[in-house]
Structures are given as structure tokens and as C-alpha cells.
Design a protein around this ligand. Structure first.
Ligand code: DX5
Ligand code: ZN
Length: 225
């Protein structure tokens, strides 16, 4: 089973962003955390910076919008040419309309849920999305500990994928290490965001490869349905 490893550039050196994008070229996608200091108590960057990141990144961008009013901002990231744009379920009452807009522009559409948000209301919307992001920490900061309590959401999503014959990517983000990636993969996750565990390791290629091998091995132990 194929897995995706998406390093989070939240743990990069922001004044050496081009260099720090270059060192994750062996990963699948660069995970880009956009925070507005309203939806989460932290602030990163907006479309102007992400356009330059897109210009210089050796791998496609996986945008994670932790912002209010995604209807206003998300399409701009799709227009920049991002591979996928993921917005939070908690920040919109019209997730389907926004997902369709993103797909029309040519991006993959993703829906994210915070640890306390139930997944059941969204299972019936699975066809409208290319990726579901199950947050494994409270969004806002890197370097937090993995919350294993959310694993039943992955079980439910993996079962829904199997039932519908779909392959909506199941992404986890927050506290992903060589140990926790195994837990998430055993529950059906196949797309893994890792910030500090990649950037705080001297050899980033090594960190990415080790995460990939751990996830691939554990995926073999997951049986959907
Ligand atoms: C947190 C961000 C994550 C963050 C993960 O709100 O969405 O992408 O960078 O960092 P680690 O892997 O250090 O938990
Ligand atoms: Zn993220």
C-alpha cells in the first residue's frame, strides 16, 4: 500500500525557506500551514508567501488552512497551483460548495477536523473530498504530543472508504514520530504530516525514509472494512 510523507514547513527556518524546501525533496508533498491568529492562536503567512513557496518548492504543496472564512481565501491557494487545499470543517457551514470550487479550479479538496470534532456528519460527504485530515493535536503549533484518542475517526473513515469503494486519502497531522506513525497507519491513515520529527533530525532524507518504511510496514497490518 502506498503512503505519503508530507513534511510540515512550520518547523523550517522561515528566513531560509528555499533551502529548507530543498532538503525535503525526497518527500511526497510539502505541508504548508496557513494560520490567521483567529481560527488558531498563531500566525504564519498568506497567499503572497505561499506563491513564492510554490515557485521554489521541488515537490507539490499540500496546503492546510487554519483560518476563519475559508470561502474568502481558499480559492486563492488553488489558483496558485497547490496540489491540495484543506480547510477546517469547524470554520465553514458550506464545506461541499467550497470543495467543489477548489476542484473546479484544479486542486484536490481536503476537509480537516480538530480532535474534538466528530467525523460522523462528514462520512456521507466523502465523495466531495479527495482527502480528510484527522488532526492528532490541537491545531496551532508544532512539537505537541500525538492524541491517540482520535484513532476511532480513522477507523470510521477507512470503513466508509471501503464501503463506498473510494480512496479518499486519510491524513494525520500532529505529533507524528517513528512510533506514532505506526499507530496511525494501523488505523488506516496513509498520508502523514511530520514537522518537528523531520526538521529536528540532522539528515532529513533519513528521517523521511524511516517514516516511510515504518508507515508502509504498519499499513500491511491494517484491514479496512
Ligand atoms: C499544527 C500543524 C502541523 C504541525 C505539526 O497545527 O497543523 O502541521 O506543523 O508539527 P509536528 O509534526 O511537530 O507535531
Ligand atoms: Zn498542518
Amino acid at each position: 500500500m502506498s503512503v505519503r510523507i508530507n513534511p510540515s514547513i512550520l518547523s523550517a527556518d522561515f528566513v531560509n525557506m528555499e533551502r529548507d524546501l530543498g532538503v525535503i525533496a525526497s518527500a511526497d508533498y510539502a505541508h504548508v500551514d496557513v494560520m490567521d491568529n483567529h481560527f488558531v492562536p498563531n500566525l504564519t503567512f498568506g497567499p503572497q508567501m505561499v506563491r513564492r513557496i510554490q515557485d521554489v518548492s521541488p515537490i507539490p504543496l499540500d496546503i492546510h488552512l487554519m483560518i476563519e472564512n475559508p470561502e474568502r481565501w481558499a480559492p486563492a491557494y488553488a489558483e496558485i497551483g497547490a496540489f491540495s487545499v484543506t480547510f477546517h470543517a469547524e470554520s465553514t457551514s458550506e464545506p461541499v460548495a467550497l470543495a467543489r470550487r477548489l476542484r473546479d479550479i484544479g486542486a484536490r479538496a481536503g476537509l480537516a477536523v480538530k480532535p474534538g470534532t466528530p467525523i460522523e456528519p462528514y462520512l456521507e460527504l466523502l465523495d466531495e473530498f479527495d482527502q480528510i485530515l484527522v488532526m492528532t493535536v490541537e491545531p496551532g503549533f508544532g512539537g505537541q504530543s500525538f492524541i491517540a484518542d482520535v484513532m476511532p475517526k480513522l477507523d470510521a473513515l477507512a470503513a466508509a472508504n471501503a464501503r463506498l469503494g473510494r480512496d479518499v486519502w486519510l491524513q494525520v497531522d500532529g505529533g507524528i514520530t517513528l512510533d506514532t506513525i505506526v499507530i496511525a497507519a494501523e488505523h488506516g491513515a496513509n498520508t502523514f504530516v511530520a514537522g518537528s520529527s523531520v526538521y529536528n533530525t540532522p539528515d532529513r532524507d533519513d528521517a523521511i525514509l524511516n517514516l516511510r518504511h515504518a508507515a508502509e510496514k504498519a499499513s500491511g497490518h491494517h484491514h479496512a472494512g
